[in-house]
Design a protein around this ligand. Structure first.
Ligand code: 5GP
Length: 211
């Protein structure tokens, strides 16, 4: 029986290192995972490429995607739109890949509401000082943007209890391993294996009848 992929949402404060974790996870397990590429109206950062980190679109294009229901969810984050294109996610899940959405909390909760078997993971740095240090060291954002990201992080911290798992990113390697184990274990949940269980039951029934 073909296993269906699990839809996993990974969130974390800007600067939590979740992007790096996801890249590493995909490098180590390229056949297992697929990373959804979001559309956004924010400008590319140096080194970012259209279609790799994001699909960079205009506000008009984004609003057209909303109208045509091409997005599973979308949210505004620090003055820009971000959204998850629908088709890719469902194609990959059907092919048995675990699909990862790296999105912020409003979007995560919308996905969970629409698809209750979504797994929600939250990645955090060990402490707030470290978060600030990482944002400043990244050097790609101006001071005002860093300040609004930190204030947004404070807001997001209020909603963390809604997630299924909370993972601390102190050591990258360990964190990647932990995220991989969580998703792997999730496949073993009885509730996610209903079809298999039914199948075995039906076979046992026919044995019991001596067929
Ligand atoms: P950044 O501008 O740093 O790349 O992303 C800002 C925030 O937007 C991050 O928390 C990121 O996870 C979130 N984000 C990226 N793509 C999406 C998306 O498709 N939907 C939602 N709701 N948030 C997203």
């Amino acid at each position: 029986m073909k296993r269906k992929g699990i839809l996993t949402v990974v969130s974390g404060f800007s600067g939590s290192g979740k992007g790096t974790i996801m890249k590493q996870l995909l490098t180590e397990h390229a056949d297992t995972y697929a990373l959804s590429i979001s559309a956004t109206t924010r400008a590319p950062r140096p080194g970012e490429r259209n279609g790799r980190e994001y699909f960079f679109v205009s506000q008009e294009e984004f609003e057209e995607m909303i109208r045509q229901k091409k997005l599973i969810e979308y949210a505004r984050y620090v003055d820009n739109y971000y959204g998850t294109p629908r088709d890719y996610v469902f194609q990959q899940l059907d092919q048995g890949r675990d699909v990862i959405l790296e999105i912020e909390i409003q979007g995560a909760l919308k996905v969970k509401e629409a698809y209750p078997d979504t797994l929600l993971l939250f990645v955090s740095p060990p402490d707030a000082e470290e978060l600030k240090r990482r944002l400043v060291n990244r050097g790609t954002e101006e001071e005002a943007v860093i300040a609004s990201r930190l204030s947004r992080a404070w807001q997001e911290a209020q909603g963390v209890e809604n997630y299924d798992y909370f993972v601390i990113n102190d050591d990258l390697k360990e964190c990647v391993q932990e995220v991989h184990s969580i998703i792997k274990n999730e496949h073993a949940r009885a509730a996610r294996n209903q079809a298999l269980i039914e199948n075995i039951r039906a076979e046992l029934k026919s044995f019991a009848k001596g067929e």
